[in-house]
Design a protein around this ligand. Sequence first.
Ligand SMILES: [Fe+2]
Length: 210
Amino acid sequence: MATASASASTSTSGPIVLPPLPWAENALEPVISANTIGFHYGKHHKTYVDTANKMIAGTEYANITLEKLIGATAGKADKTGIFNNAAQAWNHTFYWNSLRPKGGGEPPSMLKQKIEAAFGSVDACKKEWSAAALAQFGSGWAWLAADAGKLKIIKTANADTPIAHGVKPLLTIDVWEHAYYLDYQNKRADYVNAVLNKLINWDFAEKNLG
Ligand SMILES: [Fe+2]
């Protein structure tokens, strides 16, 4: 069966870019199919990037970084459309980097110590993370984050992102249905647990700890 050819082009016009995926579209199989990645990256993520670029063209937001654009539009009722698309562009790039083939397993030692200090154990951290992902009603994101130096699990609704709230994200799991429906239908728990056990990129979290 042919996989989605949606990701053929990464070209966009505007300051916000669609970065290439950090791995091949089929590299996360069988946990996440190439078909899901093709649509998720090539259609959903690309549309957020393209829409944000269209919305900021010719405005005061046209020449600032994506992070500054998110900060400048967060919480402003008349800028919700820009915020949603900009935050989703950022969140998705962060999500791709939060996953890797042959991920999961033991976190690197420095991160593991911080996880154990905050949650008691890596398993307890994953349990809380999974519970947050399942408790997110509707679309959103479940994050491992550092808040004033302490690790915690948070969830955000729709496009919302920790960087709009002064919290440092370390890893994320996309719990919008488009992230898992083709592979898991409505079984969000199966998708989340498979990601945590087989794909989560602990090295990226340690890098983000800085
Ligand atoms: Fe998504």
